[in-house]
Unconditional design. Sequence first.
Length: 216
Amino acid sequence: VTAAVWGPPVPAAFYDQPVLEIARRLLGKTFCHLVGATLLAGRIVETEAYASDIDEASHAYRGRTPRNAVMFGPPGHLYVYRSYGIHHCLNVVTTQVNGPASAVLIRAMEPLAGLEYMRRQRTGARDSALLCGPGNVCRALGIDLRRNGYSLSEDPLRIEDAPKPTAPIVVTTRIGISRSAELPWRFYVHGSACVSRRDRQAEAAIERQQDSVAPA
DNA sequence: AGCAAGATTAGC
DNA sequence: CTAATCTTGCTA
């Protein structure tokens, strides 16, 4: 366990902010899962926000059920659910007091530690694709329904602070949903090799914006 | 009790 | 583009 990727977790207060703010600010941070003596860690490069009030795609939109209960708070916990009967998806709960149930889906990371374990979980995948896509993230990190409701401020899970990405953040629409599909609630680090799906139009818009600020 | 849909993925 | 695979939550 190297100190470089096993520092202090972000303060619990971090998770008590509006969900869109957290979805952006999670980019660049280090997600850690300690499996036995093996530290698994990745740099978060792609997230999606889900909120219950105006977002029909949110699992919490139609109210509380046994499955989505942890989405209703407190914030700073893991919401894990089974997807398509085969995969798991991992969310960070961001529900504030008296606010709508909300969470951030972690869609992709760059592997930082525990690559051997991840390769075993994901035989055949390139290293850059080990944590590419929400189902693959859970597979590679050994996360399943048993981790649902776990705190991100206690072992064996944590998110650590890390320098903000220097690359721009691309803002675009979410993947794999049919309702509220137009909301620009997906965020990813421009140029990362580990993003699950790029949006060339959104990237082109950013480049135009940069040109106008700092012409070549 | 039955059934349609799903925050996905890998492979053809 | 489609199958795989199974749980959830809604409808009857």
